[in-house]
Design a protein around this ligand. Structure first.
Ligand code: ATP
Ligand code: MG
Length: 418
């Protein structure tokens, strides 16, 4: 079946499902394959659970009339998403970058939602499947689409841009994340810039932070919308405060790095004619979740929990920000950073050197990678051994920064910090 045919079926319900545990009545089930599963095997189950059609790519599973055989299910999903996107009248804003995509996406979402019906990526559905699903969830009522795009190898952002065909784009930063797939920071810059390439070739617009040299350099040929010089950083205590002309904005976001995330949300709000009071209110009411830079009070201690993920750039940003805080007793607990490939040792050493130079009241590292470094920090090879320490140690009036890769699940320390 060609894409036009598939689109006719999609339009009947406008629902696409990929997981038989959550089938919506009347949907089209796309039988995707993963490393450990073959969706084709679930096509009939999806129909039994209420899907109207199932799309498969292995002939033996085409057992019924409403099972549609295509050459490749994933490619069909992506093509359908692009076909749908072309029918949509709404502008689409695409976001990528090494850190801060979801936070920035949510900030843009709350700001634009003051004036428009916004359809933004749900959670972190930012990959080759999530982006098509996001697009397919947009309807003719959608007034602005905001699409987060993630990548851990080259050509991925080019593919996602080709599917979403954004009208606007922004790259949060170029950092040391997923170095395993990109090889180096230069590789990261090149890969993320695939979004700029799309926007430049198609004469679309790019939001640019004028104080970011790489962004400026990479967008020389683009139609740029620069952050206004009237947006100013005021302070971080520990929440970021900024101003736009005479308007003061007090965010609930910790970490100086969030200044840029907020600044682009303001810039986009202004571009889309959202009233300044509404922009302020939206930003001030936004609080992150999922262990992304939350402040948790426990007894007399204040824990800055940033255990959602970690890579050299975001850890460096977190340490530098922590250094700025004027709190009296500061403790840092860092967990290993993953997916750094051959740079792993060097990057872990770089981080402990940075931390040693800060001379926090206590520095603690946990995980086999940090265990392998030379540092003044207290080193623990795994969470279990750190737990032993935490069970016997009593902190009072301490401010404790907790950051590590998702796989370290450092939010577990909350249980053991008294
Ligand atoms: P993912 O790759 O998992 O989708 P993401 O890019 O969506 O991540 P967020 O989830 O918004 O990023 O933030 C994750 C962490 O990145 C934050 O908790 C914070 O530590 C850090 N971070 C956020 N914004 C920036 C930034 N602009 N520069 C550096 N680090 C940042
Ligand atoms: Mg994200």
């Amino acid at each position: 079946m060609n894409i036009e045919g598939l689109y006719e079926l999609f339009k009947k319900s406008c629902l696409v499902d990929t997981d038989t545990r959550n089938i919506r009545k009347g949907s089209i089930f796309f039988a995707l394959k993963g490393a450990n599963f073959n969706g084709n095997k679930f096509a009939e189950e999806a129909l039994n659970k209420g899907a109207s059609y199932a799309v498969v790519d292995e002939e033996e599973y085409k057992r019924k009339g409403n099972i549609i055989l295509v050459e490749d299910v994933l490619t069909s999903l992506q093509k359908l998403a692009n076909y749908h996107r072309r029918q949509l009248k709404c502008p689409i804003i695409a976001l990528t970058g090494s850190n801060g995509k979801t936070t920035t996406k949510e900030l843009i979402n709350v700001v634009l939602s003051k004036k428009y019906k916004v359809n933004a990526t749900k959670g972190n559905l930012n990959n080759h499947i999530g982006v098509p699903l996001t697009l397919l969830s947009m309807t003719e009522d959608t007034e602005v689409g905001v699409v987060e795009m993630g990548a851990n190898h080259h050509k991925e952002i080019a593919l996602l841009s080709g599917i979403a065909e954004p009208d606007f784009g922004y790259i949060t930063n170029f950092g040391k994340a997923h170095l395993e797939g990109f090889g180096s920071v230069e590789g990261v810059i090149e890969a993320k810039s695939e979004l700029y390439d799309f926007l430049i070739v198609n004469d679309k617009k790019v939001f640019v932070n004028p104080s970011d040299k790489i962004q400026m350099q990479k967008t020389e040929k683009a139609k740029r919308i620069l952050f206004s010089s009237d947006i100013r950083f005021e302070e971080v205590n520990p929440f970021v405060k900024l101003s736009y002309n005479t308007v003061q904005i007090q965010s609930n976001l910790i970490g100086k790095y969030n200044y840029n995330n907020i600044a682009v949300a303001i810039t986009i709000g202004v571009q889309f004619d959202v009233a300044m009071d509404d922009i302020k209110e939206a930003i001030e009411s936004y609080a992150p979740d999922n262990n992304r830079s939350q402040i948790i009070k426990k007894n007399s201690n204040k824990i800055i929990l940033d255990a959602y993920n970690a890579n050299p750039t975001s850890v460096q940003a977190a340490i530098e920000n922590f250094k700025l805080l004027k709190d009296s007793f500061k403790v840092v607990i860092l967990g290993d950073m993953f997916e750094l490939g051959e740079n792993s040792h060097k990057e872990h050493q770089y981080i402990v050197d940075l931390m040693d130079a800060c001379e926090f009241d206590e520095s603690i590292v946990v995980g086999a990678n940090f265990y392998d470094t030379t540092t003044n920090s207290q080193q623990f090879i795994n969470f279990e051994s750190l737990k032993e320490k935490l069970l016997t140690k009593k902190y009072t009036n301490a401010t404790i920064l907790v950051k590590g890769s998702r796989g370290m699940a450092l939010e577990r320390v909350l249980e053991y910090l008294n």
